[in-house]
Design a binder for this molecule. Structure first.
Ligand SMILES: [Zn+2]
Length: 101
């Protein structure tokens, strides 16, 4: 996902929390309009996980010749143990991770 677009979306959604923009929604007459802020916060939370964050307490693991094998650390969003050998995102909460220095 394009990082710039994600940042713009987060900014825009935050700016609209508490604003009445329900009128065009197909569920306008069925909805009690109390859920929107909550859903927007959920959307922001999901979008923020698309922006890579650095793992906390990154540890480097090398083989016997001193070559880097992988990194390990803790997810900055959920605190779960994450490792660079698995993938680019936290497998607990989907937070994108940045393993660079
Ligand atoms: Zn996580």
């Amino acid at each position: 996902m394009d990082e710039k677009k994600v940042r713009e979306a987060i900014y825009c959604i935050k700016a609209n929390i508490g604003e009445a923009i329900c009128e065009e929604c197909v569920n306008y007459y069925k909805c009690d309009h109390t859920k929107m802020d909550d859903m927007m916060r959920t959307a922001i939370e999901a979008l923020e996980k698309q922006l890579p964050k650095k793992p906390e307490m990154r540890t480097t693991y090398n083989d016997f010749d001193g070559r880097l094998i992988y990194y390990k650390g803790f997810c900055p969003s959920c605190g779960g143990v994450v490792g660079s050998y698995r993938n680019e995102s936290c497998h607990h909460c989907t937070q994108m991770l940045d393993w660079s220095e």
